[in-house]
Design a protein around this ligand. Structure first.
Ligand SMILES: [Zn+2]
Length: 378
């Protein structure tokens, strides 16, 4: 399995992104090794991803020129749905940026993952590109959830797979048979950590069990982390508060989730208010980290996956921190997708999400179009 994330240095601001994960096969062809997505026969659009030159070969060792082979970074992410590329599967690997010059900075092993960090030059930007290579071993306990349409509730979806002659989309989610652990980076100020914790643990009340856990990450651990689902505090982020996931592309199991909290946006007037607002944002971003998409439906608040004005958001955060039960949409949808509890679609609160006609954030509705998920407030 190949998983890629990268961080551009735009002036001084951190601009982190992930690329789409692939299950690949390595094929020797003359003096090159070709990395081909075959996805075990499930690819709808088979693709040659990388051609790596063989540098030398002895009886037991094949030496590859990694940096010559890995010379482009794709924009498509695992945080996606068929509406992102308008169902056009050929568009999926179309957009990338080229690497002009690069060097390997670090190679490490985390469990079965070989993590390679490449320092690259693209146009006039410096980019750190992180590659995870691991033997593909799907989790036998994970139960995929088929989610072909986004009519009633929304999760990010895997790219389409050919299964029994049809195209299938799976919801992205964690394995609910083991704890889902989020680690708080040492960058989160001591005075704000309780509010962050409250926001993450909101999801246990949605699930009705203590599946989500919060720990403190070791000092120095930063995104991307192969080992932890890290929540990091940034003072100079390019995208406001946001989240990223990397999944098993064939099952939808989320393997890595990272959340950035935009420090400057939590500097409202009064401290309690700041913490309440922070808890709401953390609950929202953790929801994305658990695979949930936005629900911008109008009416009374039924989910933290909507956007709210600052006062509404603080009120919601206060309510989250009070330990009250989770909102109806969050409760019903999470228990259905994660825990296979039955759901009554007819009585589910209304749903609409990014890109759907007439659906947008509170500020966008009047303009008649939706705010894209790549916008300034994720
Ligand atoms: Zn969001």
């Amino acid at each position: 399995m190949l998983q890629v994330s990268y961080e551009r240095r735009r002036k001084v601001r951190r601009d982190f992104s992930t690329s789409r994960s692939h299950v690949v096969t390595l094929i020797r062809q003359g003096d090159t090794v070709r990395m081909v997505e075959d996805a075990r026969g499930r690819s709808t659009v088979p693709a040659l991803l990388v051609t790596i030159p063989v540098r030398s070969e002895t009886a037991g060792v094949l030496q590859l020129d990694f940096n010559t082979g890995f010379n482009k970074v794709f924009h498509d992410e695992d945080r996606t749905g068929k509406d992102y590329y308008e169902g056009d599967e050929s568009r999926q690997t179309a957009a990338f940026f080229a690497i002009i010059q690069c060097a390997t900075m670090n190679v490490s092993r985390v469990g079965s993952i070989l993590a390679i960090e490449q320092l690259a030059l693209s146009d006039d930007e410096t980019v750190s590109v992180h590659y995870y290579l691991s033997p593909y071993r799907p989790n036998p306990d994970f139960e995929p959830f088929e989610l072909n349409e986004l009519d009633h509730f929304g999760f990010y979806q895997t790219y389409p797979q050919k299964l029994a002659g049809r195209s299938v989309f799976l919801a992205t989610k964690f394995d609910s048979r083991k704890p889902i652990v989020f680690a708080l980076s040492a960058t989160i100020p001591a005075s704000r950590r309780a509010a962050v914790r409250d926001g993450v643990l909101y999801w246990n009340r949605a699930l009705g069990r203590n599946l989500v856990q919060v720990i403190d990450a070791p000092a120095g651990e930063s995104v991307p982390s192969a080992q932890f689902n890290l929540i990091e505090w940034v003072e100079d982020g390019a995208h406001g508060s946001t989240s990223h996931i990397q999944d098993d592309p064939l099952t939808g199991e989320i393997l890595h989730a990272h959340i950035f909290l935009d420090g400057p946006s939590f500097a409202r007037s009064d401290t309690d208010d700041q913490d309440d607002f922070l808890s709401y944002v953390v609950a929202h971003e953790t929801g994305h980290g658990l695979g949930l998409r936005h629900n911008f439906a109008t009416g009374p608040a039924t989910t933290v996956m909507n956007y709210f004005n600052p006062d509404e958001a603080a009120a919601l955060g206060r309510w989250i921190r009070s330990g009250e039960k989770a909102l109806e949409y969050d409760r019903k949808v999470m228990r259905h997708v994660y825990l296979a509890e039955p759901i009554n679609l007819a009585s589910l609160p209304p749903f609409c999400t990014d890109y759907q006609p007439g659906c947008g954030t509170f500020g966008e509705r009047s303009k008649g179009h939706a705010a894209g998920p790549g916008g300034s407030a994720d």
